[in-house]
Design a protein around this ligand. Sequence first.
Ligand code: SAM
Length: 287
Amino acid sequence: MQVEQNGDVFLLLKEKQPVGQCVCKQQQNGWYLEQLQISPEWQGKGYGSFLLKQVLKATGGYAQKSLHKAEAPQNQAACALLQKFGFRQQGSEWVRRREPDPTAVGLTHQFLQHLLQPGGFFVDATCGNGGDTEFLCRLAGEQGRVLALDLQQQAVENTNNRLQKAGLAHIGKAIQLDHAMLHTLVEPMSVDGIVFNFGYLPGADHALFTTPKSSLPAVTAALQALRPGGVLAACLYSGGPNGTEEKDTLLAFFRGLPIQQYNVLICEFGNWASTAPLPCFVMKKNS
Ligand SMILES: C[S@@+](CC[C@H](N)C(=O)[O-])C[C@H]1O[C@@H](n2cnc3c(N)ncnc32)[C@H](O)[C@@H]1O
């Protein structure tokens, strides 16, 4: 069995003879299934499933994010077929939507967006390739500023290049420094938000990664640098050859912080593996 695509038309061939056809047209934000037909003598034998799966594959239906709509099915079998592949009726339309799973970094950014205000002073304590720094610069806006740190020169260059390209270099700047030395650069109680994304630099030497030896003094220094009302966000990793000791050490530290001074959130992905990334937030109280 084989599916031949010609523009919007997908032809299902059995021994080179057409036995089914689907028309799937690209729209502004997704795809529209106009027609899905199997010749009557071949119905009820799984050919519809085969064709629809190939059409979905060819039009990004198994990518992280995709949207397909379909004509209202003409009979129960067509209805069951669409349901089997995740289409659901929404008003007069049948819709199949795939959304990417949430990520620890994405959730951290969303949460910080609610907690931090434009115009603030933010620190990215592990700038790496600059993803978090860019996020913080956009959040800080024209009136804010962002200091980014990394132990590796390559990370500092990657981050500064990224900011330059994004037109954000006047808001943020990366410098090479061990984050445990944060207190040498910033005044106590002067920072509105600090982000740690522990681990190694993606795309570089994985032998250089964060360890509790510097991470623990770094988060301690970071809490001193936070102004009352400020937030520290830390994404912890485990499961690889490194990370577990750091995760355990920092978790114990966060859990032990005095309730009179801090609120601590540990945001676990409850039904993922125990090695899933763990976003943590420490909010310094105002009084
Ligand atoms: C997971 S990466 C950070 C990813 C980054 N936030 C991004 O958006 O691309 C962790 C970074 O921490 C850096 N790092 C490791 N130990 C450090 C230390 N003691 N001080 C500062 N940075 C450190 C590594 O060089 C690496 O670039």
